[in-house]
Ligand binder design. Structure first.
Ligand code: SFD
Ligand code: AMP
Length: 638
């Protein structure tokens, strides 16, 4: 039996390793069982419990990507416009043509999807018409969304092939073959055990990155963010460390959210038809409309890009016309009035009660904390508006952002420079990704992430079947890896008695303090909340130096228990994700995403010189970063 400080080492051989248990991983686990021969072994490893892990842990109230009557080409156009033109049309089109099937499965597995009156008993597949909040979004009763999707995945793969509460720390390259992934290593956050996996192919789907920037919630509110705190950039960091090419890591998502509880706004804008105003009650999208002229064509479309909507909102805040208010009150009152006119007072009363319940349910289904804020602050949404606030930045590739890893596209659509072999394979042989992991292809959301997990695992399976004779040879010994992983524990055990205050010690730093230091650098130099999302080249250059010092000091992180050991390793991942973001921002000499961040040395969009991908790579041998341009192409005419 392993002890704290001396873990057991367990070696596992598998053909395919799935890292993560979220939407992408659940799609993959379900899909692989439909195709794989019996002798192909698959192992899924999640740092948490799949039933409530990842971004959908709390549930959701809408599925944001369901094409239905829409065409994949139009989906590509929408995504491209929202992400300021630099996206991979091939990847988006591929998700668009497959995503509805995942939604049909969710319904078959028991997810309640709202239907139009008269269609309640018809499934989507049978032609039942969903309640659309927007052109692409449909409403659900989604508190148990993740539980339902995880159950199907677990049932398909079988619990014998799933490990929960194991945190993957790093990927391992093959000893004999350059640029080929051969395995991964992680540790249990419940038992003193290190797991060393040897695999022929790996699907890395460990979500996006949260808490790289100092969050708005500090002190008593700490721990509250919009995207899931437990997704710590593992996907980007682990891929980058083995030399996978990243793309568009300069992109970030700064969502406008209900203040303090981080409640999403989509249902309010789209379903309840609420308006957002400045503190004077003016519609900032109207009064600041002329600002969109600076950003053709992205500001000129029917729905301006998400970052530009922020851009218009931030002007009001900067010039002292805050707070920004979501007018839940006028929206619900207008709907109530229309019910009275249409149905008469008695029937309307019932409908209004139902409407108010739906307003609460929107948050109870996916962001319970926001309902808590309403209750705690005596906010009745039908009477009082709520404040909105742009959040701290997040890195993600599946929601309204597009940072991530550069992957091979679908053979039938991708131009040859975007298609180097197996679908969804990164530039490292045998390493695949999906969902938040894939760059330049946002707006997949929960459904598209599931669908993309399904697409990617088929690529991985084909790779394994074509490489049956391959025997992974790890470049490092299990003992050496165990030493490295447990170093924070050893540091703690060696020095803990030097002080009477356990978290203050000249020989070590706690993961929490190190995280604060990273967040401070990112916040103050890399366009976080405290500078109003503003930076410049000099500030970013200083940040690069500070990150190098931070990396050195991070070697002195300690861990008092297994949970803290996980916190330590999450920080290593966050540092790499943050550094990638910073280096990409420094490379791109323009402000492509006003409203997400501003590089004041180049505060404009430069279509001529910068309508291109920015990609980067770390040399795994030297650790050196290189950033470079890759040509962009529009496959779907815009
Ligand atoms: O309202 C390791 N999302 C929404 N999607 C929708 O369709 N509708 C909505 O309503 C959405 N909204 C929303 C959303 C998310 C959140 C947090 C809120 C509101 C509050 C987005 C989707 O949830 C998102 O696009 C997908 O979930 C992304 O899928 P994926 O697979 O890329 O990530 P994941 O589901 O978070 O899973 C990650 C998994 O990795 C594990 N993990 N395992 C082992 N080792 C490591 N080192 C690991 N690191 C992480 C995690 O435990 C997890 O299992 S709204 O705002 O628009
Ligand atoms: P959110 O709640 O902000 O995550 O958004 C959920 C969905 O609604 C996403 O598909 C967004 O792109 C979309 N959305 C949010 N706000 C707006 C808006 N003001 N106009 C159009 N679409 C929006």
């Amino acid at each position: 039996m392993g002890t704290f400080g001396n873990p057991d080492i367990v070696e596992v051989d598998t053909d395919i390793l799935i890292i993560g248990g979220g939407m992408g991983a659940c799609g993959a686990a379900y899909e692989i069982m439909r195709w794989k021969p019996d002798n192909i072994r698959v192992r899924l490893v999640d740092k948490a419990a799949m039933e409530r892990s990842g971004a959908v842990a709390m549930g959701l109230s809408a599925i944001n990507t369901y094409l239905g009557e829409n065409k994949p080409e139009d989906y590509v156009k929408m995504v491209s416009n929202d992400l300021m033109g630099i996206v991979r049309d091939d990847l988006i089109y591929d998700v668009g043509r497959h995503v509805d099937n995942s939604v049909h499965l969710f319904e078959e597995w028991g997810l309640p999807i709202w239907k139009q009156p008269g269609d309640e008993d018809k499934s989507l597949e049978q032609g039942g018409k969903p309640v659309r909040s927007g052109k692409w979004q449909i409403m659900i009763n989604g508190e148990s969304y993740k539980t339902i999707v995880a159950e199907a995945a677990k049932k398909a793969l079988g619990m014998d092939n799933i490990q929960e509460r194991v945190f993957i720390v790093k990927l391992l390259l093959d000893e004999k073959e350059e640029n080929r992934v051969a395995g991964a290593v992680g540790f249990s956050n419940r038992e003193d055990k290190i797991y060393v996996y040897r695999a022929n192919a790996i699907l890395l789907v460990a979500g996006g990155a949260v808490n790289v920037f100092r969050p708005r919630s500090v002190g008593e509110g700490l721990g509250r963010t919009w995207y899931p705190v437990w997704n710590a950039g593992s996907t980007y960091a682990m891929a980058a460390q083995v030399g996978a090419e990243l793309t568009m890591m300069e992109n970030r998502f700064v969502p406008a959210r209900f203040k303090d509880g981080y409640g999403p706004v989509g249902a309010w804008f789209l379903l309840f038809k609420a308006r957002a105003t400045n503190g004077k009650g003016e519609n900032y999208l109207e009064i600041n409309k002329a600002m969109l002229d600076d950003y053709p064509p992205y500001g000129k479309s029917h729905v301006p890009a998400t970052c530009l909507r922020n851009h218009l909102m931030m002007k009001e805040q900067k010039e002292g016309r805050g707070p920004i208010l979501m007018r839940t009150d006028t929206a619900l009152q207008a709907l109530a009035k229309s019910y009275e006119e249409e149905f008469g007072p008695k029937e309307a009363k019932k409908k209004i009660k139902h409407l108010e319940a739906e307003a609460w349910e929107d948050f109870l289904d996916m962001c319970i904390g926001q309902a808590g804020v309403w209750a705690g602050e005596n906010i009745e949404p039908e009477i009082k508006p709520s404040e909105l606030m742009p959040t701290e930045p997040y890195f993600l590739g599946s929601h309204s952002g597009c940072c991530g890893i550069w992957v091979s596209g679908p053979e039938d659509i991708a131009p040859k420079e975007w298609c180097w072999g197996y679908r969804s394979m990164t530039t490292v042989k045998g390493l695949f990704t999906a969902a938040d992991g894939v760059g330049a292809s946002g707006h997949k959301f929960s459904s598209g992430s599931h669908a993309e997990g399904r697409i990617a695992i088929k690529g991985a399976l084909k790779f394994v079947l074509d490489n049956k004779g391959y025997k992974p040879a790890l470049s490092r010994s299990p003992q050496d890896l165990a030493e490295e992983i447990y170093a924070p524990v050893r540091t703690y055990l060696a020095h803990k008695d030097y002080t009477t205050a356990v978290d203050i010690n000249p020989n070590y730093i706690t993961p929490k303090m190190l995280q604060f230091r990273l967040q401070k650098i990112m916040d103050e130099y890399v366009a976080g909340v405290s500078t109003g999302y503003v930076t410049n080249e000099m500030m970013m250059t200083i940040a690069v130096d500070k990150i190098q010092e931070l990396k050195k000091d991070s070697q002195k992180m300690m861990a008092r228990d297994l949970h803290e050991l996980m916190r330590a390793w999450e920080n290593y991942h966050r540092i790499y994700a943050g550094e990638a973001h910073l280096r990409h921002m420094l490379f791109r000499k323009e402000t492509r995403y006003p409203g997400f961040y501003y590089n004041m040395d180049y505060n404009f969009v430069d279509e001529k010189n910068w309508k291109c991908f920015v990609n980067s790579r770390i040399d795994p041998k030297t650790g050196e970063w290189t950033a470079f341009k890759r040509e962009h192409k529009d496959l779907v005419p815009k």
